[in-house]
Every structure is written in C-alpha cells, then in structure tokens.
Design a protein around this ligand. Structure first.
Ligand SMILES: [Mg+2]
Length: 140
C-alpha cells in the first residue's frame, strides 16, 4: 500500500524534479501529467528556445507510450507558444492539451478552471514541504 511520495530528485539545479504521489491519482486508468516548457522541458531563455532536457523528454515519452496523457502547461502565448510546440514536436513530444484541461476533465467537473487538473505537475519552479517540514525544490 502506498504510504508516501516517491521523488526523483534533480542531479543539478536545472533538472526537473518529479513529485509523484499515488494518492493524488484521479479516478482514471491513466495519469495526467502537466509539464512546463521554459527551464523544464527546454533550457531556454524566454522567448528563445534552448537545449532539450533529454531525461525529462525520455520520461514523458515513456509515460505517453504507457497510455498516460500530457499537457503542455506554459506561460507562453502566440508565436512563443507555437515555437515551443513545434520544438516539442521536433523532439518527439505531442500533447493531449496545451494550456488547457482535457475535455473529459471539463466534462467531469462541469467547468474549465484556469488551473490545470492533473496528477503530476512538472515545473522548474516546484516547491514542496519535505518529510522534515522543510521547504525544498529546484527553484529554491
Ligand atoms: Mg519554467
């Protein structure tokens, strides 16, 4: 039985941490994973593009292949957003939604909240309280 959270901690400050809490999984047969672009998927200097976070991309490709759903969750808009989605496609990533909830989520809750509903948020600005009560995260 699940009794806590498993963390994949970053090797260095620019890698993305993944906080996985099984108890947060919604009542679906797949996980919904929302992932940030700048500083997370791409080591970019907004609105420019940069080097890929290949470990994260590989992780997401495996999750997608396993039937889980991906949402690109970014502050980018307009050309900067289309550049990012094209960049992702060039790195093999496609998304089930971009800055939006999945249709089944909108239907389930009867609204489309601005906060993306998902099981995992992967973002270079993550922070959480660890088991000792200390605030920690890649951005700190
Ligand atoms: Mg970011």
């Amino acid at each position: 039985m699940f009794d806590g959270c498993n963390m994949i901690l970053p090797q260095h400050m620019f890698e993305t941490q993944v906080l996985f809490c099984e108890e947060m999984l919604m009542e679906t047969n797949y996980k919904i994973i929302a992932v940030d672009f700048d500083g997370t998927l791409c080591f970019s200097n907004w609105p420019e593009l940069g080097a890929p976070n290949t470990k994260l991309i590989d992780y997401l490709l495996k999750e997608k292949e396993a039937g889980n759903k991906l949402i690109l969750w970014t502050c980018r808009a307009g050309k900067a957003l289309s550049d990012a989605t094209r960049w992702c496609n060039e790195h093999g990533l496609s998304f089930d939604a971009v800055n939006d909830n999945l249709p089944e989520i909108v239907e389930r809750y009867g609204n489309n909240s601005r906060k993306i509903t998902c099981d995992l948020y992967i973002d270079d600005r993550n922070a959480f309280i660890d088991s000792s009560g200390r605030l920690t995260g890649a951005a700190l």
